[in-house]
Every structure is written in structure tokens, then in C-alpha cells.
Design a protein around this ligand. Structure first.
Ligand code: FEO
Length: 392
């Protein structure tokens, strides 16, 4: 794919990764991803914003083949999917300096062995003149690491937002408005990458609102030519109260836990509580993460295995604890052969969320009528809590 123009002075020169199916050796990528890089040409200086994943460096360098000179390279984020090709870019353009935030400098030196003499740090609000264009640096910490910043091309209203507002989506469309599946990909990305930092991101989001960008150009996925919907979506995901929804994530070995889950899902649905049900032996963890964005209650269904929860349930609980969703309640249902501490251990794994823990429903072997009645009471309790708290 050739470089494509975003605006009169901005070219997209990054790489689309159609085939990657796993990011960070963890995150499923059902639709691939992209590593965006932007060339900004002012009347007096040319700047490259971010490099790409090192495995894609030839794509970037190929797109820069007709660019004889770079005056500056901007590194918005030290993580290697943005910075990994910087050593090659700096080697090709020995006259360019590397601009980054103060916190990014040591990271770039340690992660990539870039010479500190090539690096110039920039502060929040600092401006770089490119002649007829001005690049303003905007501190956006925790989007996604503490050193992360954005850059704003003042005259054209383009915000280079780095990971913020990104999506793991390989597409031939430059703009989100022309690409399919962007909303789901953006929410999945938010859930997996940004949700743990929802609180510090509020400040960055307010800063972006104040800038009133005409275009938002993230480092993954398509560009937003009409940024309003992605800004509104982020405000909703970050700040709205939980919805009247429950995530029911379960694993069943011999069918008993599944019977409890079936009953609970029916009971919640009958009461109007939205249910996202996930069989943890088969589910895409990215879908689970997406459902966590809005849920008011988390329910784990797990048999007891060797005295504790099934490892799939523990993995999901551990992940949910890391992602810091805004859910307020936790329940555990499951069966056991003799006895164990499945419910306590799930609660401990989710300790960082400070959830209200509802009475678990645990049964020996196949659920009896009284166990199913206890599940019905649990469904009623979840519904009542959601109503009391006004989860819409
Ligand atoms: Fe796209 Fe935090 O890396």
C-alpha cells in the first residue's frame, strides 16, 4: 500500500499487519492490526511521527524511499510496536533528532539502545515549528504507559493520539468512516488496553476535547475524520455508570456447573438483566474484556479442582482484576466433589476491584432443587441491586 494523504501536509506511511493474530503474546487479534506512522511536511521541516513494529520496518522504510531528509522523528510512546523501527529510521536519517517526553527518554535508551545524544525531550504544551505548520506536544500519560504523549498539528487540527482511540483492525480504508467493524474493534481495544487506566485517562480526554481536533490519527487502526463518535464513546466507556448487564463466565467439567449457569442466565434474562455468557474453554478473551466494559455484575461459574477454582476461571478472574472494569458485584456458582475454596479464591483474585460479594451457590455434584432455588434467589438479588443503583 502506498503512502496516502490525510491532509495537505500529512501522509500515512505505516504498516498494515493483516496476518497477526496475537498481540503481546496475549491479546487475540481476530482482524489483524496496523502500526501507523505519519509523515508531516511543513515548509521548513519534515517530521516522522512514530515508527512501526520492528518486523514491519521494511514497509516503513520503503514508504520513506522518496523522502531525502527528516529533520525530526517524534516518538509518542516507547513500546516497541511504535518505536521498534526507530534505530533503523535514525540510521537512515543521521541528521534527525528524536523528540520524546522526559519519561520516554530513558525507556528508549534502555529498550532500544538509542544513543541519548540523539534524543531531545519535550514538555506538555511545547511547540515545534515546521515553518507553515506547528506541532504541539500534549502529555497524555497512561495512554498507555506513563511516558505516552500525543502531538497536535495546530493548523490542520490533526491529533496524533498514539494508542489512545486506537483499534486493532487491519483494513484497506484509511478513514474509520469507510471501514467496517470499527466500533467493535475500538471497544475491544479500549477494553484490552485502556480500561485499566480509565481514571487517569479522564484528564487526557478533557484535554483532547479542549483541542477540538478535526481529525484523530491513532497509532493502530483507521483514522477518525469525524472524531465526535469516538470521543463520545470513550466518555461513555470511561465515565458512565455500569449498565444493567451481567458477565457470566464459566467452565464446566461434567455439566453440573453448566446447569447452575443455565438457570442463572435464564433467571437474569427473565428479569430483564442483560447477560453476556462465556464458556471459558472456548471464548475469545477479547470478547470477555469488551463485555466487562459495561457490566454491573461479574459471575464466575467454576467447579472445584484440587481444592480451588478451575484454572480457566482463575485466569479469567486474574485478567478481569488487571483490566479494572467498573462492575460492582461478584457472585460465584459451581459444583464440587468433596469441598474446596473455589469462591474464596475467585474473590481473592478479584480483590483489586473491591466488589460487593454476593452469597455463592455451591453444590455437591448435580444441583438439587434447593440449589436451583438458590440460583433463582441470586438472579433476583442481582436484578434488585441493579435496580437500586439505577443501572440502565
Ligand atoms: Fe501500541 Fe502501547 O502499544
Amino acid at each position: 500500500m502506498k503512502p496516502r494523504a490525510l491532509t495537505p501536509s500529512v501522509l500515512a506511511v505505516g504498516a498494515v499487519d493483516w496476518d497477526n493474530r496475537l498481540f503481546d503474546s496475549l491479546i487475540p487479534l481476530p482482524d489483524g492490526t496496523s502500526y501507523n506512522s505519519y509523515l508531516v511536511r511543513g515548509s521548513e521541516a519534515t517530521v516522522l511521527v512514530d515508527a512501526v513494529e520492528p518486523g514491519m520496518k521494511d514497509v516503513l522504510l520503503g514508504k520513506l524511499a522518496e523522502v531525502p531528509r527528516l529533520d525530526h522523528v517524534v516518538s509518542l510512546h516507547a513500546e516497541q510496536d511504535h518505536s521498534g523501527s526507530l534505530p533503523d529510521v535514525l540510521a537512515r536519517y543521521p541528521g534527525a533528532d528524536l523528540l520524546c517526553s522526559v519519561k520516554a527518554k530513558d525507556m528508549l535508551v534502555d529498550l532500544l539502545r538509542i544513543s541519548p545524544e540523539r534524543i531531545r525531550t519535550v514538555g506538555d504544551g511545547e511547540e515545534l515549528s515546521l515553518g507553515d505548520r506547528t506541532m504541539r506536544f500534549v502529555a497524555t500519560p497512561w495512554a498507555h504507559w506513563p511516558e505516552t504523549m500525543s502531538a497536535f498539528l495546530v493548523e490542520e487540527g490533526v491529533l496524533f493520539s498514539c494508542d489512545l482511540f486506537g483499534s486493532h483492525l487491519a483494513t484497506g480504508s484509511l478513514f474509520a468512516e469507510e471501514a467496517e467493524g470499527v466500533r467493535e474493534a475500538a471497544k475491544r481495544y479500549y477494553a484490552e488496553i485502556m480500561m485499566p487506566f480509565a481514571k487517569p485517562l479522564r484528564r487526557s480526554l478533557a484535554k483532547v476535547r479542549d483541542l477540538a481536533p478535526r481529525i484523530i490519527a491513532p497509532s493502530h487502526g483507521p483514522v477518525f475524520g469525524d472524531p465526535e463518535w469516538i470521543l463520545s464513546a470513550y466518555e461513555d466507556w470511561i465515565s458512565s455508570p455500569p449498565r444493567n448487564r451481567a458477565v457470566v463466565a464459566y467452565v464446566s467439567m461434567h455439566g453440573s456447573t453448566r446447569l447452575l449457569v443455565d438457570r442463572l442466565v435464564d433467571g437474569l434474562a427473565a428479569r430483564g438483566v442483560g447477560v453476556h455468557r462465556f464458556d471459558l474453554t472456548a471464548t475469545d478473551l477479547g470478547k470477555l474484556a469488551m463485555a466487562l466494559v459495561d457490566a454491573g455484575t461479574l459471575v464466575f461459574g467454576t467447579p472445584t479442582v484440587l481444592g480451588g477454582p478451575h484454572p480457566h476461571a482463575m485466569q479469567a478472574a486474574y485478567l478481569a482484576n488487571l483490566l479494572k472494569p467498573k462492575a460492582e458485584h461478584l457472585a460465584v456458582v459451581g459444583s464440587y466433589g468433596w469441598k474446596g475454596r473455589a469462591a474464596e479464591k475467585i474473590g481473592e483474585a478479584l480483590g483489586g476491584l473491591h466488589l460487593t460479594v454476593l452469597d455463592p451457590v455451591l453444590c455437591r455434584g448435580l444441583p438439587a432443587e434447593e440449589d436451583l432455588a438458590a440460583v433463582d434467589r441470586l438472579a433476583a438479588r442481582i436484578d434488585a441491586l441493579h435496580r437500586e443503583k439505577g443501572f440502565g
